[in-house]
Design a protein around this ligand. Structure first.
Ligand SMILES: Nc1ncnc2c1ncn2[C@@H]1O[C@H](COP(=O)(O)OP(=O)(O)OP(=O)(O)O)[C@@H](O)[C@H]1O
Length: 232
């Protein structure tokens, strides 16, 4: 279970969260909300990449902000932009890095990385330079790197952005097939209509929380109302 306990988080003095409390244990949870509502920040807090100024986040009992090794073994995050994630020139180095961080010796990490690439269907990418891959392919490298680390939860920050339609559908199917529990942030309600639970965030607070069939129509209607009320 992901336990978000009364978190307070400020950026540049402005509160993003001021006492947010959530328990997430469904296999597929979606988070929707307007730009700036706090979705990406919440994922970073769940991954332990940001530390709340108040409260605590635990994932599977791991205090992710304090226990980095525990967090790496428990929760993986796919950033919105793969270029914010990739730090190594070649695909194999990128995938092996997380495994080394988990304590695997370098040779073993490369072997496991190669096996993960083969499972992803791209054994020929090992020595490819990441910058020569398309954005969708770089996203696949990032996902492979996360899967290689075998976390129990995977967080996806707008995984359908910048993808063509076949890639969107493939990514959707790939996420659906994962054995891990998943939290997905998206602006595309259609992509998460089969999820177990949808949380609609507004200015760092929960505006609605429940089944997709209840939350998504209300969210879309509110967004359409806003669009009508806002002059071009
Ligand atoms: N690096 C930063 N420095 C200062 N403030 C930031 C930074 N990143 C985000 N914020 C602020 O934190 C708040 C939440 O941002 P966040 O990126 O979590 O929103 P979001 O819901 O993911 O938005 P989007 O849908 O646009 O990706 C916003 O008010 C934003 O301006």
């Amino acid at each position: 279970m992901i336990e978000i306990e009364d978190i307070v988080f400020r950026r540049d003095g402005a509160p993003v969260f001021d006492g947010l409390r959530l328990r997430l244990d469904a296999p597929r949870v979606a988070i929707v909300g307007r730009n700036g509502s706090g979705k990406s920040t919440l994922l970073r807090l769940i991954a332990g990449l940001a530390e709340p100024q108040g409260g605590e986040v635990r994932v599977g009992g791991v205090k992710v902000a304090k226990d980095r090794a525990g967090a790496l073994a428990t929760v993986g995050i796919l950033f919105q932009n793969p270029d914010h994630q990739i730090i190594f020139p070649t695909v194999i180095e990128e995938i092996a890095f997380g495994l080394e961080q988990q304590g695997h010796p370098r040779d073993e990490a490369r072997r496991l990385a190669g096996a993960a690439l083969a499972r992803a269907g791209h054994p020929d990418w090992a020595e490819r330079l990441c910058h020569t891959l398309s954005q969708g392919q770089r996203q696949m490298v990032c996902l492979t790197a996360i899967l290689a680390m075998e976390p129990r939860w995977i967080l996806f920050d707008e995984p359908f952005n910048s993808l063509d339609i076949p890639s969107i559908l493939r990514t959707e199917a790939r996420i659906a097939a994962l054995s891990q529990k998943v939290v997905t942030v998206t602006h595309d309600p259609a992509r998460v209509r089969d999820y177990d639970r949808v949380i609609w965030l507004e200015q760092g607070a929960v505006a609605a929380d429940g089944a997709p069939g209840a939350v998504l129509p209300a969210y879309v209607a509110a967004m359409e109302r806003l669009a009508r009320e806002t002059p071009c």
